[in-house]
Design a binder for this molecule. Structure first.
Ligand code: ZN
Length: 169
C-alpha cells in the first residue's frame, strides 16, 4: 500500500501499543517500514511550526508574508538560493520579530515536497507491506474512530485508503 509522509506518521500513531506477543512483533515490523530513513529525513527537511505566544503569528505566516513581499516588489526578490536561505532562517526564528516574544512549538510539522525527474513537486510516497490481519485491525481502529466521531482531519486520507470511499457514500 502506497502511503505518503502524513499517512505514515498518522498510521504510526494509531497502532496499538498493547496486544499479544505475535501482534506486537508484527507491529514492530510495520513500524520499521513507517520510520523515515536518514536519506528521507534529509530530503524532507522536517520543520516544526512555531507560534508567537503574544500575537499568534506562526513561522509559516512569516514566510508567507516574506514571499508576498517579494512578489509585490520583483526588483527586491533575491536569487533562489539566497531566497531559500532567508526562508530557512525565518523558519528557525526562536522569537517573534514583532513582539520579541518566544515562539512556541504547535506540535505540527511541515516538510518539503520532493522534485520529480520532470521537475514537478510531489509528496514522497513509500510502498508499505501490511499483512492482511494488520490491515483488518487498522481498518477496525479507523472505523471505530469514525463511528465515535473522533476522526481527525489528518486521519481522513488514511481512513479513505483503508476503509474506502464507497462505504461512506
Ligand atoms: Zn508576535
Amino acid at each position: 500500500m502506497k502511503l505518503d509522509v502524513l499517512e505514515r506518521m498518522v498510521l504510526d500513531k494509531i497502532l496499538p501499543q498493547i496486544g499479544s506477543y505475535k501482534l506486537l512483533k508484527e507491529i514492530q515490523i510495520l513500524k520499521s517500514q513507517l520510520n523515515f530513513s536518514k536519506e528521507e529525513r534529509e530530503q524532507l527537511n522536517f520543520k516544526g511550526i512555531y507560534k508567537c505566544k503574544s500575537c499568534g503569528i506562526t513561522n509559516i505566516d512569516l514566510i508567507q508574508n516574506q514571499i508576498e513581499k517579494w512578489n509585490e516588489d520583483i526588483e527586491e526578490k533575491p536569487e533562489e538560493k539566497e531566497a531559500n536561505k532567508i526562508l530557512n532562517e525565518i523558519m528557525n526564528f526562536k522569537s517573534c520579530p514583532e513582539c520579541h516574544v518566544e515562539m512556541q512549538f504547535t506540535g505540527q510539522i511541515v516538510w518539503q515536497k520532493v522534485k520529480t525527474e520532470g521537475g514537478e513537486l510531489k509528496a514522497l510516497e513509500k510502498d508499505i507491506t501490511i499483512k492482511p490481519q494488520l490491515k483488518i485491525l487498522i481498518s477496525k481502529i479507523l472505523d471505530g474512530l469514525d463511528k465515535k466521531g473522533n476522526l481527525t482531519e489528518d486521519q481522513t486520507s488514511l481512513f479513505k485508503k483503508f476503509i474506502g470511499f464507497e462505504k461512506k457514500n
